[in-house]
Design a protein. Structure first.
Ligand code: COA
Length: 134
């Protein structure tokens, strides 16, 4: 039977409880969730790819269906390579929407077969982002 695989992309510099909350929700919905670090982001990360990967692996080890990875280039190309049909993104506040909307429509244009699903994190994490943690 075909597995339902989702990718959850981000910079994760560092991963936060807000990201973890989304990962937990996604892990209940999909056979496999690939948490993947975007390496070609415009951001200048504080933590190296290896350290970010280690942090994500450590905090997600209680979930059995999570894989941690990284990618370069277009997200939809990566998703296809991993046989994923869904992109997961978290929505915290209304201001996230415009950026996420633009990104999901671009991804749909590039690859109509891949859907973006938005999950809402717990309201206690709506104020949180990686910059605040740093
Ligand atoms: N809880 C807490 N914080 C969260 C969160 C959550 N659930 N979801 C996002 N955030 C925060 C992050 O910590 C981050 O904070 P920061 O700005 O202080 O670093 C911010 O929200 C947004 O970061 P993130 O979710 O990691 O996304 P991003 O904007 O860094 O990454 C990519 C976007 C990587 C997914 C996107 O650029 C991409 O797909 N790139 C590949 C190239 C591509 O395919 N482009 C075509 C599509 S446009």
């Amino acid at each position: 039977m075909k597995k339902n695989i989702a990718v959850y992309p981000g910079t994760f510099d560092p991963i936060t409880n807000g990201h973890l909350d989304i990962i937990e929700r996604a892990s209940c919905l999909f056979d496999k969730v690939i948490v993947t670090i975007a390496l070609n982001s415009n951001k200048k990360p504080l933590f190296s790819k290896e350290v970010r990967k280690e942090m994500i692996t450590y905090v997600t080890k209680k979930f059995k269906n999570i894989e941690v990875d990284s990618f370069n280039g277009l997200l939809v190309d990566y998703a296809k390579k991993k046989k994923a049909n869904t992109i997961i993104r978290g929505l915290r506040v209304v201001s996230d929407f415009e950026y996420e909307f633009q990104m999901s429509l671009t991804n749909r244009k590039l690859s109509p077969d891949i859907n973006t699903i938005f999950l809402m994190s717990n309201e206690k994490y709506t104020y949180l982002n990686s910059s605040l943690v740093k």
